[in-house]
Design a protein around this ligand. Structure first.
Ligand code: ATP
Ligand code: MG
Length: 400
């Protein structure tokens, strides 16, 4: 049996209070965006739900896209019938018998949106349930934990019958908690951090530091591919490409010792903070995870974090690598992340990076690099913004 439509439940838990209307509006907009390719579907929004009529579009394809919408709590494939007892009964029965595993217990839950329907919900529960009980030998009713819960919704124009609940991604609708700037490398962690930030309702722009020609053009393409993957969830994302080569080569010339990475990363954060300011982002998001590498020990995070005053959000700070990989696989960034690439931080790695940098010492070294603030300014000016959309060609933008 092929579903005729889909009932979508919007974020029931997060959509309370006065934000409800704004949140629902945003989710519905995102549902329209991800399902754009399915031109025959018709959508109708009502009471915290969206009713989709498929009109022949494939349920599985649409369902896969719905899982990319943040703030959507669950959805169900539904089967239409006339709003009439006999047809509802037979549709409910065929739904139950079409289960791949034969159920031992069931229950029927009827919702009567059409108050003119001749029977009320209680009567309908008995009328439909009793009919199924008689038709399927050995089947029992269990109102608490049934194997199958047959739901019937009576509306004016038609009735819906369904039994499956598919969990949505949940979270907050995209952008409803503001905007942040994601520091995106070509690695496994930062795309996952970005996805989690989006799931929590943050709209993202991304920033990538490259050291061309020390890092290859292919590494930059890889970062664009990662952004393109994130854009499948978010729509087009702006990517800021920072030419970091000059700063790095001058740093290495003047100070090539164990605090180099700390200083490099403080410089990256300073640039990110300025770009964030100019694009209206109120936080920086990174893929840092406590203890993972030398630059992610607590003293390192302390010394690096003090370089900026904007909040730095680290969604993965306490997450194990294996759990990060699991999310990366689920969201589809993993196969891109594991392709070989060079990172600007590893190209210029000093022989023994410090795991215990002292902020005062770091600041003293920075004072001995008087050219640094101006070069940061210049690098910000030279940063290019590209818009990367899902499956679209890149488009250049002028930010400054
Ligand atoms: P990832 O898997 O995200 O690369 P990582 O475990 O390799 O992280 P680092 O290389 O120390 O860790 O980077 C820590 C964080 O700094 C990254 O998660 C990312 O947010 C940011 N970062 C690192 N390199 C770059 C870069 N070239 N451009 C932008 N951000 C970067
Ligand atoms: Mg990395």
């Amino acid at each position: 049996m092929l579903p005729d439509g889909i009932v979508i439940r919007l974020g029931e838990l997060t959509l309370k209070g006065r934000n409800r209307h704004r949140f629902e509006h945003k989710i519905v907009k995102d549902i329209r965006r991800v399902t754009r390719a399915f031109s025959k579907i018709v959508m109708e929004q009502q009471f915290g739900r969206v009713y989709v009529t498929l009109n022949g579009e494939p349920y599985e394809g649409v369902a896969q896209e719905l899982k990319k919408v943040f703030g959507l709590s669950s959805f169900s494939p539904v089967y239409y019938t006339e709003s009439e007892l006999d047809t509802i009964r037979s549709k409910a029965l065929s739904l139950l018998t079409s289960e791949s595993v034969k159920p031992g217990t069931f229950k029927v839950t009827v919702r009567r949106a059409d108050k003119n329907f001749p029977y009320d919900s209680q009567e309908m529960n008995r009328l439909v349930g009793g009919y199924i009980l008689q038709a399927v030998p050995g089947l029992k009713v269990d109102v608490h934990r049934p194997d199958v819960d047959i739901r019937v919704e009576l509306r004016e124009d038609r009735a819906f019958v369904y039994s499956k609940m598919v969990e949505g991604t949940g979270g907050f609708p995209l952008g409803t908690n503001g905007k942040a700037l994601l520091m995106l490398s070509g690695g496994i962690d930062s795309p996952v951090a970005g996805w989690l930030a989006m799931k929590q309702g943050l709209e993202l722009e991304a920033i990538h530091f490259h050291s061309y020609p020390y890092t290859s053009e292919r590494s930059q393409e890889k970062v664009k591919d990662l952004v393109r993957k994130l854009a499948e969830y978010a729509g087009p994302v702006t990517l800021h490409m920072v030419p970091f080569t000059e700063i790095q080569t001058r740093l290495v010339q003047d100070y090539n010792d164990n605090l180099l990475i700390t200083i490099m990363r403080r410089t990256m954060f300073r640039i990110a903070e300025q770009i964030a300011g100019s694009c209206g982002a109120m936080a920086i998001v990174t893929g840092e995870s406590l203890g993972q590498v030398a630059s992610q020990t607590l003293p390192s995070l302390h010394a690096i974090g003090q370089s900026v005053s904007i909040p730095v959000l680290q969604p993965l700070i306490f997450t194990d690598k294996q759990d990060i990989i699991t999310i990366a696989e689920q969201i589809g960034t993993y196969p891109i992340s594991i392709l070989p690439h060079e990172d600007c931080c590893t190209v210029f790695l000093p022989p023994s990076p410090s795991t215990n940098p002292n902020l005062k010492v770091v600041q003293a070294i920075e004072r001995s690099l008087p050219w640094l603030p101006e070069l940061i300014e210049q690098t910000v000016q030279q940063t290019e913004a590209i818009q990367v959309g899902p499956g679209e060609p890149d488009r250049f933008e002028n930010l400054f």
